[in-house]
Design a protein. Sequence first.
Length: 319
Amino acid sequence: MNVQNVGGYQTGIDYLPAAGKNIFERENVNFNVEEATAEKVNEGAIKTAEQKTQDLKDAYAVMTSGVNSTRTTNDNKTVQRRLTQLGFYSGSVDGNLYTDASKKALKNFQRVYGLAQTGQISNMVQDKLKAAISCYRTTASKSDLGTITSMVSGHPDFKETEVRDYFAKTWAFFRVGMGLSVHQASGVLGNIMAESGCIPDNAKDTDTNKKLHDKDYKYNVSDGRGYGLIQWTIQKRKQLLKDTSSQMGLPVNDINAQFACFRKETERDDMTKSAWKTLKEHDMIDTSTGIFLSKIENPKVQNFDERYSKAKIIYSVMK
């Protein structure tokens, strides 16, 4: 739970300004008890982390009550369709955003795209969702996207439409969710295409298995085998993916669970956080490719030339 000063007020229930209708989402407050401990907040100045978290949630609910009162059923159906296309929702498109499935989808979208995890729709959530779906659709419909998807067409289980969909979701996440430029995102995606082909259930190839999908692989945090979009390999990183997916109520092979895991790494893991900050400070394809390769993925084989080549192809299509 982040406790910050906003406009002269501390963002706890005891310090809320009267006009703070959207203060939590404006300041990207994350209702996470662990963060309060990690930030070593002075326990004498505020309530316990658990009490403060509940107070924040209650205050937010009061301040945003009626926020959807002017929304129509068709508006809500549009939200559900967008969440479905981005892989967050698989329920009925009925316009009811208060079902468990809809609230879970909204909360997971908020987690992946860096918003306060309320499970409710708001102008900020709607704007971010609109930007994400626009980026996804524009990418997925590119006539020359086959130049990118063909990078992994040699695998026996390659399906162009599937790789197109996963690439578009990944591009939308890094551009809209993580705020990368086209140059930076191209460098990152060059690495991901080289590692996993943007396939979330891809496990590191063996001598007898060189498929894109590894549906029979039994996820093991300590087996040293790379897995997922970014080929998480070491125990600490694979455990984080397992924990994150569990918290979201999703399997480890879900692409949005993997996006959320990567976001968490950039926020909490010291080495990844520092490398990500440096990557975002340099708007160049080669620099982004190299930082992601050597500082974030850090595989045994540092095949920069291959990844940079893919990154330049991606840029030529996506610019």
